[in-house]
Design a protein around this ligand. Structure first.
Ligand SMILES: Nc1nc2c(ncn2[C@@H]2O[C@H](COP(=O)(O)OP(=O)(O)OP(=O)(O)O)[C@@H](O)[C@H]2O)c(=O)[nH]1
Ligand SMILES: [Mg+2]
Length: 354
C-alpha cells in the first residue's frame, strides 16, 4: 500500500505537579515549605529526514505524545522535564492542522533535511508550595497541578520533491525514458500498470541534480478511481515541468493526449498551469514514422512544444534533454533556506482538569 497522507493525533506531555512539602530537620521544629516545581511536559515535533522514504511508519502509530514532566519533590527539587517526541517524516511532507469542521490549514512544508515544526507543546510544570508562603501563611499546604499539553489533529501529506514528472498512458515508455535519462532502474514491461508507484531518478547538471519522477499510468476514468486512480498526481505538485509521454504507435495518440489532459484537470487542476512538453515516443517504429508530420500538426498547443523521441533507440534524446534543461532553468526560483524550526501553537494551554 502506498501511504502519501495520514491523520495523526499529537499531544504535548503533561507538566509534573508541584510538590507540597515542609522542611524537616532536627532542632529546626518549624522549617518552611520546600516543595519543588513540577517539570515541563515534552513537546511534539514533526521533523523531515532524508533517511525516511515514506509515511508508512507514522501510519502504523498515528498517535504521538510528549513525555510527562516529573513532579517536584522535597528539598525544593524541580521535577525532570518530559522527553520531547520527534516524529520523523520524509522530505516533501506538508503539515496541516485540522480545524473543528475538518478544514485543513497548512502550518509547514518540510523540504530540508532536519527542518522541523513544533505541533504540540508540553504543559508547564505546577508550582511547589515554596511559592505560596506569605507572611500570614508560612507553612502553606498548597501547590499547583501541572498543565495539560496542547492537543490537535494534524494531517501529514507527502509529495515528492521532484523537478520533472513524466505522466502518460500505460505502456507509453515512461519507465524506459526514465531509465535512459537518469540511469534509474524501474521495472519495464509490455503490459499496463507495470509501474505501481512513483519512481525517482536524477540527472546530473552543471548546478544541482535534477530530480525526475515517473508516475503510474493514467487511463480514462482515473479520476473516478479506475486503474490505479489518480492520487499519485499530488507528487507532480512541486514539479517545474510536466512531460506528457505518448505512445506514437497507439490507436490514437491524439485521443491519448486529450485523455491525459482531461484526467489531470479533473484530478489536480492546478497542474494545468505548469510548463509542459508533449513527447511522442517510439519513433523507431515504421508506423510511427508515417504519422510524424500529422502528429506534429495535431498535437501542438500554444506554448507547449511537441517533441519526438525513441526512448529505446535513442533518437531525439539529446535534443529532448537540451530542451528539458532549458525549460527547468528558465523556471528556477531562488528561495532562501526555510527556517529550521517553525513553531505552531494549536490551542491555548489549560490546567489539568480545567
Ligand atoms: N519500439 C519501442 N518500444 C518502446 C519504446 N519505449 C518503450 N518501449 C516498449 O514499450 C513497453 C512499455 O514500456 P514501459 O517503459 O514499461 O512503459 P510505461 O509507460 O512505463 O508503462 P506502465 O508503467 O505500465 O504505465 C515495453 O515493452 C518497452 O520495451 C521505444 O522507444 N520504442
Ligand atoms: Mg512504467
Amino acid at each position: 500500500m502506498i501511504i502519501d497522507g495520514v491523520e495523526v493525533l499529537v499531544t504535548g506531555g503533561a507538566g509534573g505537579d508541584g510538590s507540597i512539602s515542609l522542611h524537616h530537620e532536627r532542632y529546626i521544629p518549624r522549617g518552611g515549605p520546600d516543595g519543588g516545581d513540577g517539570g515541563k511536559g515534552g513537546d511534539v515535533f514533526i521533523m523531515a529526514s532524508s533517511e525516511v522514504d515514506g509515511l508508512a511508519r507514522v501510519y502504523q502509530r498515528r498517535r504521538f505524545t510528549g513525555g510527562k514532566g516529573e513532579p517536584g519533590s522535597k528539598d525544593k527539587k524541580h521535577g525532570r522535564d518530559g522527553e520531547n517526541t520527534v516524529v520523523m517524516v520524509p522530505l516533501g511532507t506538508s503539515v496541516f492542522v485540522l480545524g473543528n469542521s475538518d478544514e485543513k490549514r497548512l502550518v509547514a512544508d518540510l523540504t530540508v533535511d532536519g527542518q522541523k515544526v513544533l505541533v504540540a507543546m508540553g504543559g508547564r510544570g505546577g508550582l511547589g508550595n515554596i511559592h505560596y508562603a506569605t507572611a500570614a501563611h508560612q507553612a502553606p499546604l498548597v501547590a499547583s497541578s501541572g498543565e495539560k499539553g496542547e492537543e490537535c489533529h494534524i494531517v501529514l501529506e507527502f509529495k515528492l520533491l521532484t523537478d520533472i514528472c513524466i505522466i502518460g498512458p500505460p505502456n507509453s515508455g515512461k519507465s524506459v525514458l526514465l531509465s535512459v535519462i537518469t540511469g534509474a532502474e524501474p521495472e519495464i514491461g509490455d503490459y499496463p500498470f507495470t509501474t505501481q508507484k512513483p519512481v525517482l531518478g536524477t540527472i546530473a547538471s552543471d548546478r544541482d541534480e535534477i530530480f525526475v519522477a515517473e508516475l503510474p499510468a493514467l487511463i480514462s476514468g482515473s479520476h473516478n478511481g479506475k486503474g490505479l486512480g489518480c492520487g499519485f498526481l499530488r507528487h507532480a505538485e512541486r514539479a517545474k515541468l510536466i512531460i506528457y509521454l505518448l505512445d506514437g504507435s497507439s490507436a490514437s495518440p491524439v485521443e491519448d493526449k486529450a485523455m491525459l489532459i482531461e484526467e489531470v484537470s479533473l484530478c489536480r487542476e492546478k497542474l494545468m498551469i505548469k510548463p509542459s512538453i508533449i513527447v511522442v515516443n517510439k519513433i523507431d517504429l515504421p508506423q510511427v514514422q508515417h504519422r510524424l508530420s500529422w502528429l506534429n500538426e495535431t498535437l501542438g498547443a500554444p506554448g507547449v512544444p511537441v517533441m519526438f523521441i525513441s526512448a529505446l533507440g535513442g533518437q531525439g534524446i539529446p535534443e529532448f534533454m537540451r530542451r528539458v534543461k532549458e525549460m527547468i532553468s528558465r523556471d528556477d526560483v531562488k528561495e532562501g533556506p526555510p527556517s529550521p524550526v517553525a513553531i505552531f501553537h494549536p490551542r491555548p494551554i489549560r490546567r489539568k482538569g480545567g
